[in-house]
Design a protein. Structure first.
Length: 276
């Protein structure tokens, strides 16, 4: 009963006691991120890098000036997102094997997440680094990664990230993707960002906003159908966090999904057409 009342109060926080300009600020940052990604993808990477850098500094200044400590934490939780692009666009990635792009970007992402957790007093439990009391449910959530990876492959049809389909290469690449995409992204987007948005605006707004921000960072894949699919998956992952208070299952699902997308399905698809 108490939990239900708390959730009702949280859902109402969007309408009472919070300055409307805070919501407008969040929407402006979301639109700015969308603009930066569109510039990076369709116009000029330098322009996109410049806008992402401006967003980063704006978040830094804005967070230091707002009166609400919770909103300041929320703004700081957004800061690693433009960092992803600043790092990715600043390093000559074309000279590096594509598989290793992910850990290169994940290193500053992990560093930023750890700093945020320490500064905001977030424990591992606060960010969902717990099984949530139901191992079977987490395993079931993790298994959805097989299906989402297969579906997304037929949308994007990417080239494989490994040269040969061998157990050693497959296992090594899987762990790289699990840590660099699964854990790094779920810790930031669901564990930290969604948690901070929930504190101020409740679960519904937090789920929607976090999913939109997450989808924005996939604009570079060009396909609108993929953005719709990614948004659906993001909503599912966020809902799992709300219900289980854990990112373990969705982290593994994310890692499996990317492994199916980049490691397994390209070879299966080639084999199906007699090319492999």
């Amino acid at each position: 009963m108490n939990l239900k009342i708390t959730e009702m109060v949280n859902d109402k926080r969007l309408n009472i006691g919070l300055p409307s300009n805070y919501i407008i600020t969040l929407i402006v940052y979301l639109l700015a991120l969308i603009a930066a990604e569109l510039l990076t993808t369709y116009v000029n990477k330098i322009w996109g890098l410049s806008l992402h850098t401006i967003i980063l500094f704006a978040l830094l200044v804005n967070a230091s000036m707002v009166e609400s400590p919770d909103f300041a934490n929320l703004l700081r939780s957004l800061m690693p997102i433009p960092i992803i692009r600043v790092v990715g666009l600043s390093i000559p990635m074309m000279q590096i094997q594509p598989l290793y792009w992910f850990p290169i970007v994940a290193i500053p992402l992990f560093a930023a997440s750890i700093i945020l957790m320490r500064n905001q007093g977030l424990s591992l439990k606060d960010v969902g680094m717990t099984l949530g009391g139901n191992i079977k449910l987490q395993a079931l959530i993790a298994a959805t990664g097989f299906f989402s990876g297969i579906i997304e492959f037929f949308i994007l049809k990417p080239a494989p990230l490994i040269q040969q389909f061998t157990p050693a290469l497959l296992l090594g690449a899987f762990f790289i993707l699990l840590i660099s995409t699964g854990l790094a992204e779920e810790l930031l987007f669901r564990g930290i960002l969604q948690t901070n948005v929930t504190k101020m605006y409740g679960t519904v707004f937090a789920l929607l906003y976090t999913s939109l921000v997450f989808t924005t960072m996939h604009i570079g894949w060009i396909y609108f159908s993929d953005l719709v699919f990614v948004f659906s998956v993001a909503m599912f992952y966020g809902y799992c966090l709300i219900k289980t208070k854990s990112i373990v299952g969705i982290t593994v699902a994310h890692g499996i999904s990317n492994s199916m997308l980049f490691l397994v399905m390209p070879f299966v698809n080639l084999a199906a057409f007699g090319i492999f």
